[in-house]
Write a protein that binds this ligand. Structure first.
Ligand SMILES: Cc1cc2nc3c(=O)[nH]c(=O)nc-3n(C[C@H](O)[C@H](O)[C@H](O)COP(=O)(O)O)c2cc1C
Length: 175
């Protein structure tokens, strides 16, 4: 099969899609993120890339903590809302219908409707020009009973989190 040479871009597949909560339990903010990956095991660490202009960037830099919440497909309308509005202008929590619950180790809350929640503490911030790369240690994980197998491990065939399934995954417009 002949191949066509395309412009360089990050064409990895599958692409995760998560809800990130930052700020505090009293003044939380939520946003949608797909530039996120597992990057180390001991200690467990995630890397997440955000455009510097996001309201959430200031909250994460100030608080040094955030939670990563794995949504189900039923939460797509809420993801659209929190991924297209800014916490500078909108009370996303009130409009999204999402419910928050306290985390165990960090100040930002977790999203109750998400079957898996990951509490993270920032360790490094790297400037990648278009994005800031936040590297964070995982300090706690919550999982619904129904998402666990008989050994008490998360089974993603049971949790069935959303995977970003856009037919064409493009760079999002710069803002
Ligand atoms: C499907 C989807 C994926 C997104 N992924 C990212 C991402 O990886 N990094 C990023 O900076 N913004 C991403 N966004 C955009 C932010 O969620 C969006 O700009 C949000 O309004 C920022 O909110 P804030 O200004 O309250 O922080 C994504 C949005 C959507 C809808």
């Amino acid at each position: 099969m002949p191949k066509r040479l395309l412009a360089p871009s990050t064409v990895l597949y599958p692409v995760p899609l998560v809800i990130v909560a930052c700020g505090t339990r009293e003044r939380p903010n939520l946003l949608a993120v797909n530039r996120i990956a597992s990057v180390a095991a001991e200690p467990p660490q995630l890397a997440m890339a955000l455009r510097p202009g996001r309201h959430s960037v200031g909250l994460i830099r100030a608080g040094g903590e955030f939670t990563v919440n794995l949504p189900t497909p039923a939460l797509l309308p809420a993801i659209h809302l929190i991924g297209t509005t800014t916490g500078r202008e909108t009370d996303k929590l009130a409009q999204s219908g999402l419910t928050l619950a306290p985390a165990s180790q960090v100040k930002p809350p977790i999203v109750a409707q998400c079957p898996v929640n990951i509490e993270c503490r920032l360790t490094h911030t790297i400037d990648l020009r278009s994005h800031l790369l936040f590297i964070a240690e995982v300090v706690a994980v919550h999982a619904e009973e129904s998402a666990l197998n008989e050994r008490g491990e998360i089974d993603y065939r049971l949790a069935r989190p959303l995977v970003y399934e856009a037919a064409i995954v493009r760079e999002r417009p710069k803002d």
